[in-house]
Ligand binder design. Sequence first.
Ligand SMILES: Cc1cc2nc3c(=O)[nH]c(=O)nc-3n(C[C@H](O)[C@H](O)[C@H](O)COP(=O)(O)OP(=O)(O)OC[C@H]3O[C@@H](n4cnc5c(N)ncnc54)[C@H](O)[C@@H]3O)c2cc1C
Length: 395
Amino acid sequence: MMAGERWGLDRRGLVLGSAGLGALSLGGCATLAEPARTRGGVYTPQIAPVRASMNRVFDITVCLRPFRAAGPRLEAETIGDTAVIHNYGHGGSGWSLSWGSGTLAVRMAMAQSPKTVAVIGCGAIGLTAALLAQEAGAKVTIYARDLLPDTRSARATGSWTPDSRIALTKAAGPAFAERWEEMARISHKRFRRYLGLPGTPVEWSDRYTLFDRPPGSEPEPEDPLGFASYGDRIRDLNGRSEALAPGATPFPTPYVRRNASMQFNVADYAHTLMADFLAAGGRFERREFHSPGEFSSLPEKVVINCPGYAARALCKDESITPVRGQITWLIPQPEVNYGVYYNGVGVLSRRDGIVVQAVWGGDMFGYANAQEVVDRAEAEKSVAIVAGLYRRMGV
Ligand SMILES: Cc1cc2nc3c(=O)[nH]c(=O)nc-3n(C[C@H](O)[C@H](O)[C@H](O)COP(=O)(O)OP(=O)(O)OC[C@H]3O[C@@H](n4cnc5c(N)ncnc54)[C@H](O)[C@@H]3O)c2cc1C
């Protein structure tokens, strides 16, 4: 998939299947924001337009994905009298894989039957591992320099993207592919608990991928490193994308594919997780560590280490490569309930803002770039592309 976070899209969906769209032009578009109805026998969804303008930008955030060629580090190490379980390096998939990764980490941690467990880090990975350790019967303290929403995790797109920049196929090998599938399945199941809750921390949404030329007819972005793609292993969870007939949506491109995917409304989801942790008797302690050796000074003798990208400095782990990603945030529009990918830009409407993200160049976009600073030109260009899309629709 060319889109960086893959936008919860169907990688294989880019290759036009038997839908036989052919070289069709767009005869009579469905009208924007009209109620859903059928048109010539085709279901026409309501598509409210995104008001894409720099005037509606309320924030631009930048974050570094903690990428490891071999996949996340999930292993135990003994430091002094302390068992340390490392759980970091989840690339562009940290939210998506968090529950599965945490389950494997907690399994290792609880092998020692500890009564108390320390978790280092309070991003997506630390917080979910902490909740799982509580469920396994431990009393848990999270030690972290910053708590959500002040960690990098809060700057994510918030989409179910379990194999986004998670590993390189060759470096990770088949054993990791198996482990990845286990993590993805555990996570996917766990997200169901958060569907339908007040605040809508997790929900399903439709995603549209728009093409001016037949899907698959344009060259894929270069991928010299060979990023792993494991989506086929969980096709039963992801569902399939479908090619929509011309005119079946108000979008102006001749080729439109649609699939459905989960999204995480991070503001509410993170808040829900923090509240759940406290309600289960969890404790936060703000603390900064300078080396893993300091973990053995903690009263807990089992530690789950989840520092994310910061493991590069904290654990001197140079196997972590930064992959920069920037999000331009548009003021939320509750009437927009879908995601769309067009011309190298992904848009996802969340309850807490509309995410606009450039993904030119596919998975290599931002690779080995540790510049965690705003690039306003990138923001302006991506918003202009989205604005151009809706202008083509007469908005
Ligand atoms: C632009 C962008 C979009 C993304 N979109 C998605 C998406 O749609 N779906 C998805 O699944 N993933 C996505 N990701 C990836 C996801 O955000 C990361 O994989 C995830 O945030 C990693 O979480 P973490 O808990 O490991 O790290 P962090 O959120 O960085 O948390 C690390 C924690 O460790 C603490 N810490 C670090 N060092 C120390 C220290 N020395 N002492 C004490 N505490 C310390 C920090 O304070 C923090 O609490 C995206 C990433 C980016 C950049």
